[in-house]
Design a protein around this ligand. Structure first.
Ligand code: AP5
Length: 235
């Protein structure tokens, strides 16, 4: 249930490699603070499903585990951030993923988002979820997702109560197309090459906080909530 917080929370950015738990934690943050989760992976997968122009361009790139070119993402992200539910804040999961995307986000917030907000300017809180390589592999190969409500499970680590069925709505769980071993390797490679510099970008600005993501999900959340609550209120 959303906490009773009247003021702005501002943008929260979750960084971390594939399988670090960004989606899992973003959902918990969204629920606790009553702000939307914006996952560029989910938005892109919806475009692929709907066979939009963007979806057709992104489909094969995502299936190979590579990053979708920056310029293809900006309109999609800008449109979502302009929606009314983002006004108090939002949690970004999977964006920015290149240093260029991080620069774009700062410019967008400065020139558009904060301009329209009546509240004080809340700079993004950037939280990197750190997890060991071997744990990432176990998490990605065991992941199952509910196609209806989006809840994320793991057959090894966070299994549903009934095998392969969602606890919430009973739907048959699905395996993501990019969770095949050869694609996982490529995604981890893309992270090392293109996304690690995003952490440096925020570190240089003194805005990066790391949490230990190898702990059980509720203990990871506790760390994240502490960071948010020490930085966001009164921003
Ligand atoms: P995206 O959907 O963003 O995938 P990702 O970054 O690879 O991250 P994942 O969703 O795989 O992992 P996660 O960190 O969210 O972990 P989760 O919570 O699911 O992107 C997919 C593709 O879209 C990209 O490859 C790219 O092509 C494209 N794309 C997206 N954004 C882009 C951008 N900005 N620029 C360019 N291209 C972009 O957890 C994983 C598993 O671990 C689950 O099974 C879960 O149950 C389990 N788990 C989670 N936490 C714990 C825990 N604490 N303990 C035990 N198990 C846990």
């Amino acid at each position: 249930m959303a906490e009773e917080i009247s003021g702005s929370i501002g943008p929260i950015v979750l960084l971390g490699p594939p399988g670090a738990g960004k989606g899992t934690q973003a959902k918990l943050i969204a629920e606790k603070y009553g702000i939307p989760q914006i996952s560029t992976g989910d938005l892109l997968r919806q475009h692929v499903k709907d066979a939009t122009g963007l979806g057709l361009l992104a489909k094969d790139i995502m299936a190979r585990g590579e990053l979708v070119p920056d310029e293809l993402l900006y309109d999609m992200v800008a449109q979502r951030l302009r929606e009314a539910d983002c006004k108090r804040g939002f949690v970004l999961d999977g964006f920015p993923r290149t240093a260029a995307q991080a620069g774009w986000l700062d410019a967008f917030l400065e020139h558009e988002f904060f301009e329209k907000s009546r509240d004080k300017k809340c700079l993004p809180i950037v939280i990197r979820i750190d997890v060991d390589y071997n744990d990432l592999i176990l998490r990605l190969t065991g992941r199952r997702t509910c196609p209806v409500c989006g809840r994320i499970y793991n057959v090894h680590l966070q299994p549903p109560r009934v095998d392969e069925l969602c606890d919430i709505d009973g739907s048959k769980l699905v395996i993501r197309n990019d969770d095949r071993p050869e694609v996982i390797r490529e995604r981890l490679h893309a992270y090392e090459q293109q996304t690690k510099p995003v952490a440096d970008y925020y570190q240089d600005k003194g805005r990066l906080v790391s949490v230990n993501g190898s702990l059980p999900a509720e203990q990871v959340s506790e760390q994240i909530f502490r960071v948010i609550e020490s930085r966001a209120w009164g921003c």
